[in-house]
Design a protein around this ligand. Structure first.
Ligand SMILES: *Cc1c(COP(=O)(O)O)cnc(C)c1O
Ligand code: SF4
Length: 442
């Protein structure tokens, strides 16, 4: 249940929009606003989606989706909240639909440079569940579960596989894995900053948030802790209706503040349609309790590759005191070539957004350099050849001497160039000669 005062405020301005979905026409405010109802009614199959949408949706669309899911590497999972925010009268164009539901008609073959785990997180994994790439920061992959599954997820190689569940008892493999992670961090004094991600922290129980947070707070050289979650964007009612989860986070932030350790939340909003009265109430609650929230967005074709949409996202988040931290160029991930953009477009969008609002609320547009170079500001390339569709970055303080290449989607290239990329011999040659050119300008 939402606290009464918050519920009243939300209901003054927000209509029960979910009642336009036939399957949830009868759902009461209390049900929709209850996080457990959201999770119990999450949609995980095409048939399940067809059942809640009923007659409202064209059979051709459902067939397109069924065929898209059949080859998609990522499972389906959507909260009723997200399903209800999609405009089902125009499902092809809807920016939320495009993030979560693959269509066969939109499929584009992958770029030949695609590799599974393109950021080479395996190469930087020090103990299972801990990616340690930068000297002072580490990524703690606490769980492989998420409240939703995003098509473009960088970790689609690891999330949603049900390899291990986080709900087992104290002696579970998860608990042992976490202990080994704590041990590695404890024994590595250069690690000052830990990102707890996954998967998604929303799938951790309150007691697990506390366990991880206290485990990290007990390590003297850990100065900063970030909990990363898509939850605020796709199930904001949980912030308000699961007080134990939110209070666990708030208690950690308070405990951190007493020992000069910063504990913050990182969110993942990509489009202004994801921000509702529920989001506003949840963000206000977090702000009033002194929790810093930063947002990391992913730039996606047909979702938010529009200066007006991005400017609105940045402004709206700023007004909720959610700092727009990063906008990522979409990683090379299997099955999502239709969502990627060429670097020249990412640069254009960055130019437009810079100046819209305060500098400290202006996100850095970054490319997570394939091969493990880490995040690079998009404009900081050593060499860009838009005709070839290749960009070269270096990362002197991460991997000195290495050149990292990000490829533009083939759809942004000329037909001749596209054909050349489809030939393995010519691909190799283009990549080698471009890398040589990049080295020559260093
Ligand atoms: C993104 C990331 C971090 C955190 O990087 P920041 O730029 O500080 O946000 C740390 N480790 C890995 C492996 C990452 O991918
Ligand atoms: S919620 Fe985050 S970790 Fe989970 S699928 Fe989406 S992007 Fe990946």
């Amino acid at each position: 249940m939402l606290p009464h005062a918050i519920q009243q405020r939300v209901h003054q301005t927000c209509l029960p929009f979910w009642r336009s979905i036939p399957g949830w026409r009868e759902a009461s405010d209390e049900e929709f606003e209850n996080w457990l109802w959201q999770e119990r009614n999450s949609v995980t199959t095409v048939d399940g989606l067809a059942a809640v949408l009923g007659e409202q949706i064209a059979p051709e669309f459902m067939e397109d989706l069924r065929a898209g899911m059949a080859t998609a590497p990522m499972a389906m999972r959507l909260t009723p909240y997200v399903v209800a925010l999609i405009n089902w009268n125009e499902p092809y164009a809807d920016p939320l639909r495009r993030q979560f539901l693959p269509l066969a008609s939109e499929y584009q073959p992958p770029h030949p440079l695609l590799r599974l785990d393109s950021l080479d997180e395996h190469g930087d994994t020090k103990t299972p569940g801990l990616v340690h790439r930068y000297p002072d920061r580490a990524l703690f992959l606490a769980t492989d579960h998420c409240p939703v599954y995003c098509r473009f997820c960088t970790r689609s190689y690891s999330v949603g596989l049900d390899t291990e569940t986080v709900t087992k008892d104290r002696n579970s493999p998860t608990r042992e894995r976490w202990e080994r992670i704590f041990k590695h961090i404890r024994e590595t004094p250069t690690i000052n900053d830990v990102v707890v991600s996954g998967g998604d922290c929303f799938r951790l129980k309150a007691s697990q948030i506390t366990l991880i947070g206290q485990g990290l707070l007990a390590i003297p050289h850990v100065r900063r802790i970030r909990f990363a979650t898509k939850g605020l964007a796709i199930e904001p009612m949980k912030i308000l209706s699961a007080p134990d989860w939110t209070d666990a986070l708030i208690a950690l932030c308070d405990a951190g503040r007493r020992t000069q350790v910063e504990v913050v939340l990182h969110s993942h909003f990509n489009h202004p349609h994801e921000i509702t009265e529920y989001t506003i109430a949840a963000a206000n609650h977090l702000f009033s309790r002194g929790i810093t929230v930063r947002n990391q967005a992913v730039l996606l074709r047909g979702v938010n590759d529009d200066p007006v949409v991005l400017a609105k996202l940045v402004k709206t988040l700023s007004d909720l005191h959610i700092h727009p931290y990063y906008v990522y160029a979409c990683d090379l991930v299997d099955g999502i070539e239709d969502l990627r953009l060429p670097i020249r477009r990412v640069c254009e969008l960055e130019k437009y957004v810079r100046g819209v609002t305060a500098g400290y609320n202006t996100p850095a547009f970054v490319v997570d350099a394939p091969g493990g170079g880490g995040k690079r500001v998009v404009h900081s390339y050593e060499l860009y050849d838009p005709e070839l569709g290749l960009t070269a970055y270096t990362a002197p303080s991460v991997k000195s001497g290495a050149v990292f290449i990000y490829p533009d989607p083939l759809s942004s290239l000329s037909p001749e160039r596209r054909l050349a990329w489809l030939d393995p011999e010519r691909s190799k040659e283009m990549l080698c000669s471009f890398t040589d050119r990049a080295r020559a300008v260093l």
